[in-house]
Design a protein around this ligand. Structure first.
Ligand SMILES: Nc1ncnc2c1ncn2[C@@H]1O[C@H](COP(=O)(O)OP(=O)(O)OP(=O)(O)O)[C@@H](O)[C@H]1O
Length: 425
């Protein structure tokens, strides 16, 4: 689902306002060893109490920097994307910004109320009722009891948990807990919202409602920091982004530039595994289920192998196989997911659904799926390819990785749309 939060018109006078959030030289270290970590924790508390020295700038044994010298600012009404691969430090940064953990060095200055939408519902006490949790949660987020009372009905209406409001939260479904968490956070009218992939939860109706509410908040001037593995979400919501890599801020600026760099790095990281070609050892008749995949690759129009596909260019997917017996109608399935876009499935094709009858005699064959143009955007993809007949599965390749490059301008599109323009007057 694409988040579509309208961009407010930020006037130049607003742009000159002091930032609502300022992060200066923030670093955070963690320890890989739990026992050692507890020992350091006790040592640090003792040093704080006795006025001794804490070695915040130095790594001790088994420690590592989860974040290193992070600097950026967030302006009123600005939506900032936060991208980086697994373990880059995104959640750690959000946890520091929301005050859940303290940085080892540096300073975070916040002007206004900050509402974290990190792991929805995680802040609830499971044995308390929904009602009690609303009071506890919203007061932690900075509202007085009177203000909570005033907004209480709106929160329940938004979360749609009228009947369950006095039941303990542990009896809620994950969707109900998610709705309640979101409702609490957006009803405190925060100046800054921290959103950590949470828009991926809930049913479609709830997502629409969340997006609507976020759009309203943004219109009012609320600032956002959005963490997402999905580049389209970031591009659709955020004008600017920051890119974290192994705890360091390696790039900040226009979202388009930042995402381009992030995706290029992802493709580079996967070069070895994303060859666009796979060859499997031939099976004996005893090992085979009747039809085996021998290799998979992409070819161009002249039958030359393509290591990388190009957006908008011709390509054919070729599956070399060996039939040990006659097969009346093979169903070839091709399911493609985007590795750089959070693993979302983007293509799902079967030859049976395309009304193709593929009849094979015993021997070697090549089945090709010809694509007049590749509609995938630049990125790394993983395909699940299978050969079946009815419900019987002959053979499958679970993760055929390949890469798509692009010289086409696809801007904020989800796929490449071939086009030409004409004016008739
Ligand atoms: N409490 C902790 N103790 C020890 N190590 C931690 C702790 N929290 C996070 N880490 C480590 O810090 C690094 C950064 O983790 P973080 O969760 O911030 O990454 P991330 O960018 O949010 O990753 P993901 O996209 O997978 O959620 C990782 O190596 C993680 O294992």
């Amino acid at each position: 689902m694409v988040i579509n939060i309208q961009r407010p018109l930020v006037s130049t006078s607003e742009a000159k306002e002091p930032p609502v959030l300022s992060v200066e030289g923030v670093s955070k270290k963690f320890c890989r060893d739990l026992k050692q970590s507890l020992f350091y924790g006790v040592k640090d508390i003792a040093a704080d109490l006795t006025g001794g020295r804490r070695h915040n700038h130095r790594l001790r044994r088994k420690e590592f920097w989860a974040l290193r010298d992070i600097n950026f600012q967030l302006q009123r009404g600005q939506a900032l994307g936060l991208v980086g691969s697994n373990g880059a430090g995104k959640s750690t940064l959000l946890r520091i910004l929301s005050g859940l953990i303290k940085p080892d060095t540096g300073l975070v200055r916040v002007r206004g109320r900050i509402a974290p939408l990190i792991a929805l519902g995680a802040g609830f006490n499971p044995i308390l009722s929904g009602r009690e949790n609303i009071y506890a949660n919203m007061s932690i987020l900075g509202l007085s009891t009177r203000e909570i009372k005033r907004r209480f009905d709106d929160v329940i209406d938004f979360a749609e948990i009228w009947e369950a409001i006095d039941a303990p939260v542990q009896s809620y479904s994950s969707g109900m807990a998610a709705r309640l968490g979101f409702a609490c956070a957006v009803h405190i009218d925060p100046e800054i919202l921290l959103i950590d992939e949470v828009l991926a939860v809930g049913d479609i109706k709830f997502k629409m409602k969340c997006h609507q509410r976020l759009a309203e908040l943004r219109e009012k001037g609320t600032s956002f920091i959005l963490v997402s593995h999905n580049p389209y979400h970031v591009l659709n919501v955020c004008d600017s982004s920051i890119y974290l890599k192994k705890g360091e801020l390696v790039l900040q600026g226009d979202s388009q530039d930042v995402i381009r760099q992030y995706e290029a790095d992802l493709r580079l990281d996967g070069t070895e595994k994303a060859l666009g070609w796979i060859k499997l050892p031939e099976k004996s008749a005893a090992e085979s289920l009747g039809l085996d995949i021998l290799s998979i690759c992409f070819n161009d129009k002249n039958g030359n192998r393509l290591d990388t596909l190009q957006t908008g260019e011709y390509a054919e997917l070729c599956i070399q196989c060996k039939a040990h017996k006659p097969v009346e109608n093979v169903n070839v399935g091709v399911m493609i997911s985007c590795s750089s876009g959070g693993g979302d499935r983007v293509v799902s094709i079967t030859s049976t659904a395309d009304h193709q009858t593929i009849k094979l005699t015993p021997g070697y064959h090549e089945i090709s799926m010809k694509m007049p143009y590749c509609c995938l955007l630049a990125g790394v993809y993983s395909a699940n390819i299978y050969l079946k007949e009815g419900v019987f599965s002959f053979d499958k390749v679970k993760s055929f990785r390949f890469q798509v490059d692009s010289e086409q301008s696809t801007s904020r599109s989800l796929f490449y749309q071939p086009r030409s323009w004409e004016v008739n007057s």
